[in-house]
Design a binder for this molecule. Structure first.
Ligand code: AMP
Ligand code: GLY
Length: 429
């Protein structure tokens, strides 16, 4: 089953990014039929160490496009939001290069909270009630009128630091002062209603018109056990998420995903790429959109890729060809669970350069996806806030969790932090 212009031999692919998500994507793509090489730009020590993968030290968009052209790369897939928001898809397409991701315009669903909220209001997509402000006085008055809990969000991309869930109005006022003084946030904030319920990550592939849902998952955003402490990029994830029952899945598709894909097309900004809806699932089974991301989640991708039985390249190839309606994705029935090992002082000021020892060999049911790692004088060292995601596959959450923690005991770097309770929501159901 061939969708795009693909040759069956010596295929080269390119993954843009350097985190655990990109390691998992590249590892999955390396299983493609007739593959010669998966380039990862810039990659990490994990992608450097795998047989079919090769790191390329590039991050500049034009340089990446030059590289893809020179190497005859059949298809490029983009991990992080920053190159998407900067227009990597626009540049590649203008040069006739096949790439999977949203254009700069479509990526506004993530890069501008104000764009996303106005879009959802216009297309009746369920989300928290909100107002946008650029004047501090008006924002303060709104908070006084609404009361707490209330949520204050910076408008632009803020690498996970742009959201304050304020438990009282004092916190909300402080967040307004901080965000509206900070010109990097774009001088605009969104203030919205606090939503109650359980969060889940709902990700799909979109080809402009057709949608292929991926397996459900759930992240753990706080640094500490029991969901305590500051927000992070995500400290662990598992798939599937039991909170996404067949009914919740159907509602998310009907009330959020399909209206979004149709709405973007109707607004003249067709959406292509991975689309991530952060769901808030209410006790009554209702679903609301907490946020959109224009990419896959990290670390959610790691367990999801562990469960993917279909050929990822074939899915991406169909997506780029606008033929997602012709295929389905098959998933391992088992549970996959990933525990993030983070550096000392993550998320504030992660310490880099600690030597890693005791990393076990990968196995079919346990893979160590690298994120912030690099090699220094023949040693593996930490080079980012989130260092690894130890990802296991087992018959149930409890076993997958036990397997992950058994493996982690053998891994060491100074200051290593991780949560001991990844999967707690599924276990306590
Ligand atoms: P966001 O960057 O929009 O995903 O926000 C980060 C986190 O803040 C989310 O994962 C939620 O845990 C929380 N959050 C954001 N918006 C809301 C809301 N309206 N109600 C409750 N929690 C929220
Ligand atoms: N893990 C949440 C995210 O990737 O946004």
């Amino acid at each position: 089953m061939k969708a795009g212009k693909t040759s069956s031999h010596a295929m080269k692919l390119l993954v843009v990014g350097s985190g655990g998500r990109e390691h998992a994507l590249a590892w999955c793509l390396a299983k493609a039929q007739g593959l010669q090489k998966v380039f990862v730009a810039p990659g990490n020590a994990g992608t450097a160490g795998e047989h079919e993968l090769e790191n390329v030290p590039l991050t500049d968009i034009d340089a990446l496009a030059d590289f893809a052209q020179q190497q005859n790369v059949q298809l490029t897939v983009v991990g992080p939001e920053a190159p998407l928001a900067a227009g990597i898809v626009n540049v590649f397409r203008a040069r006739g290069l096949r790439i999977f991701g949203p254009t700069k315009e479509a990526a506004q669903l993530e890069s501008s909270k104000d764009f996303a909220k106005r879009f959802m209001a216009r297309h009746q997509i369920p989300t928290a009630r909100f107002q946008t402000f650029s004047e501090p006085a008006a924002a303060h008055a709104y908070v006084d009128q609404q009361g707490a809990p209330i949520v204050v969000k910076a408008d632009g991309l803020a690498a996970g630091k742009g959201v304050v869930v304020a438990q009282n109005v004092t916190e909300a006022h402080a967040a307004i002062d901080r965000m509206l003084d900070n010109s990097s946030a774009g001088g605009r904030i969104v203030i919205e209603e606090f939503l109650e319920g359980e969060e889940a990550s709902f990700m799909v592939m979109v080809d402009g018109k057709n949608v292929l849902p991926l397996a459900s998952s759930q992240d753990h955003k706080r640094i500490g056990d029991g969901d305590s402490g500051p927000n992070t990029g995500g400290m662990g994830a598992y798939s599937p998420a039991p909170v996404v029952t067949p009914e919740v899945h159907a509602r998310a598709m009907r009330e959020i995903i399909m209206p979004t894909v149709r709405g973007m097309a109707a607004d003249g900004i067709p959406y292509t790429g991975f689309l991530y809806a952060g769901l808030m699932v209410g006790k009554d089974g209702s679903v609301k959109t907490v946020e959109f991301n224009c990419r896959l989640g990290d670390p959610e991708t790691q367990p999801i890729m562990m469960r993917l039985k279909s050929d990822l390249y074939t899915l991406l190839d169909h997506a780029v060809a606008g033929r997602l309606d012709e295929i389905e994705a098959n998933w391992d029935r088992r549970v996959a669970l990933g525990v993030v090992l983070a550096a000392a002082d993550y998320p504030d000021t992660p310490r880099l350069g600690d030597v890693v020892i005791g990393l076990p060999k990968n196995q079919d049911d346990c893979r160590i996806f690298h994120a912030g790692t690099s090699e220094r004088d023949g040693q593996l060292v930490t080079s980012g806030g989130r260092v690894f995601c130890v990802t296991t596959l087992s018959d149930n959450v409890k076993q997958a969790q036990k397997r992950a923690y058994d493996v982690i005991v053998g891994i060491h770097f100074d200051g290593m932090q991780y949560r001991r309770d990844i999967g707690h929501r599924a276990l306590n159901r």
